[in-house]
Write a protein that binds this ligand. Structure first.
Ligand code: ADP
Length: 261
């Protein structure tokens, strides 16, 4: 479903994604983990047609995001860190707009919007303007919207950040159900190791733009002689997943590089 070969993205002299290759099978649940600034979002942006690669090849369900962005956009749904909802519309209108954009037929669209708003516990707020929503409510609506056109692949970039544990569990349950019933491929990043451990069938670890390990959680643990995914991650990257200090050092270094360009 996803094929990535020797993919590289440079911003000026700085290499954000450095010659990575991996495949994700149809119907697979795949986690993409790495410390802040590792290149996860840049990779997702290339997979989803938002950023052009500097070099390498990509295929999403057999289509090249650079040459056939329209075909690629039809295959996936996306949930980003930054909400992209229209604040001046209601929850229902945001869903409706998305459904029309993706040609979901009228009756089916209404049915799914109802189901999905119910799933994210927003049914009773369906007619409220999104600008009145809390951050967590917006994220839940964003997730519901990403699922509306039943895409073959769903990309989720830290979908559960800032959500309470109950909503997080609920969300993964729904995604798993979707994966089982529709065979939807799921590609996600998270800062919660236990989520990756519990949900992902395979995990790739990226650091400084390079993929340093791919496998099941058990594979990564046996590779590193550790007893949890968290320990394996630490052994592989030398950092915790939320290494803010390292990340701001990276940022300063990048700024220096850009400045000297
Ligand atoms: P992650 O999602 O793993 O936190 P990103 O893919 O957002 O990492 O960023 C990878 C690196 O590329 C970071 O060092 C970041 O500062 C840099 N980067 C991302 N986008 C840009 C850009 N538009 N211009 C310059 N540098 C960028």
């Amino acid at each position: 479903m996803i094929k990535v070969q020797n993919l590289t993205k440079k911003y000026g002299a700085f290499t954000a994604v450095d010659d990575i290759s991996f495949d994700v099978g149809s119907g697979e649940i795949f986690a993409f983990l790495g410390p802040n600034g590792a290149g996860k979002s840049t990779t997702i942006k290339m997979l989803t047609t938002l950023v052009h690669p500097t070099s390498g090849t990509l295929a999403i369900d057999g289509h090249d995001p650079v040459r056939h962005p329209e075909q690629v956009r039809r295959t996936f749904g996306i949930v980003f860190q930054d909400p992209s909802l229209d604040d001046e519309l209601t929850a229902w209108e945001n869903m409706e707009f998305h459904g029309v954009l993706y040609d979901v037929p009228d009756a089916l669209r209404r049915e799914r919007i109802e189901q999905l708003l119910d799933f994210v516990d927003l049914s009773d707020r369906k007619d409220s303007l999104v600008k009145e929503f809390s951050g967590g409510m917006k994220r839940r609506l964003e997730i519901a919207r990403g699922l509306l056109h039943h895409p073959k692949i769903i990309f989720l970039d830290e979908p559960t950040l800032g959500l309470d544990p109950q909503t997080r569990n609920h969300m993964w349950e729904y995604l798993k159900k979707l994966n089982e019933s529709e065979g939807t491929t799921i590609f996600f990043t998270t800062h919660y190791m236990e989520e990756a451990d519990k949900i992902a069938q395979r995990i790739a670890i990226i650091d400084h733009g390079k993929i340093i390990a791919v496998g099941t959680s058990a594979d990564l643990q046996s590779q590193t002689g550790t007893k949890s995914l968290e320990e394996a991650f630490l052994a592989l990257t030398g950092r915790t997943i939320r290494d803010e200090a390292a990340s701001s050092k990276d940022m300063m270094r990048n700024m220096g590089k850009l400045w000297r360009r």
